[in-house]
Design a protein around this ligand. Structure first.
Ligand code: PDD
Length: 260
């Protein structure tokens, strides 16, 4: 892994921040997970725009400007060219910019071919538009999903409306039409890309009980792209296989991100 702290490349074992920093004590910092495809970084502008929006939402003005952060990420990426597909984590606190680059661990192909299992988890993330370190709710939800043998937890609010995944956005398809909610979620960069590729998306909410009867469901996330969801709470979605609209969007997404 390559780690840069405030512009200095640091050895992984020696990289540290003061234990009394707010970032450590309260998780008071924001972050982005970004990735490269064929050495090209995907939608860096959008990710960094969301990073600064997140800082604004939780109420701090970073010492590092957008422009300097952008230049620093590009510089660190230049030094990490040994990996074609890299995962880039950018953490921004009041006084620090931390960039971590490592080889991405791609998900097994079977997850794309057969789809993944999800479980519901009650509640929603606090300050959902911000991607912040202090998001232990997502961590708890994801742990719960894994303890059930599922890949992801679907967050369901008090009124039983579906919000997002613990670490992903959710889409569903009914009668050939694409749907996603836009209420109190993290606006994922992959989600935006899918909406652009689909050309049309309905933003009506859905109750969890109706999601179980959707024709198709999929989740989106930077590191894994689109993953079909074929089972929720032990119930098959559609015929239990990735559906045609999902597969078509997966093809279009792949063509876009791997384009030379
Ligand atoms: N997670 N919703 C939540 C709560 C997330 O944490 C994420 C991203 C998304 C999808 O956003 P994007 O398409 O920009 O990755 C939605 C990342 C991958 C993470 O936590 O590392």
């Amino acid at each position: 892994m390559i780690i840069s702290i405030n512009g200095k490349i640091t050895d992984e074992k020696k990289a540290c921040i003061p234990i009394v920093s707010e970032a450590f004590l309260f998780g008071y910092a924001v972050f982005e997970t970004i990735r490269t495809y064929n050495k090209k970084v995907f939608r860096l502008d959008d990710h960094l725009a969301r990073l600064y929006l997140s800082a604004d939402v939780i109420g701090f003005r970073p010492k590092w400007s957008f422009k300097r952060t952008y230049e620093e990420v590009v510089k660190v990426l230049e030094q990490s060219k040994r990996w074609n597909e890299a995962k880039v984590r950018v953490i921004l606190s009041k006084n620090r910019l931390i960039i971590m680059v490592e080889k991405i661990q791609e998900k097994p192909q079977d997850m794309y071919r057969k789809g993944v299992k999800c479980v519901s988890f009650q509640g929603k993330r606090n300050l959902p538009h911000a991607k912040k370190l202090a998001d232990s709710f997502s961590y708890v939800a994801k742990n719960y999903a894994e303890s059930c043998g599922a890949y992801e937890a679907i967050l369901v609010d008090q009124k039983t409306y579906v919000r997002e995944g613990a670490y992903s956005n959710i889409f569903w398809i009914n009668g050939g039409e694409l749907y996603s909610t836009n209420k109190e979620i993290l606006f994922g960069i992959t989600r935006e890309t899918i909406i652009e590729l689909a050309g049309k998306c309905n933003f009506e909410g859905i109750k969890f009980s109706s999601l179980l009867h959707a024709d198709e469901v999929f989740i989106t996330q930077t590191t894994s792209g689109i993953l079909p969801v074929t089972e929720i709470n032990g119930q098959k979605i559609g015929d239990g296989k990735p559906g045609p609209v999902t597969r078509d969007l997966m093809k279009k997404f792949d063509a876009l991100v791997w384009e030379k």
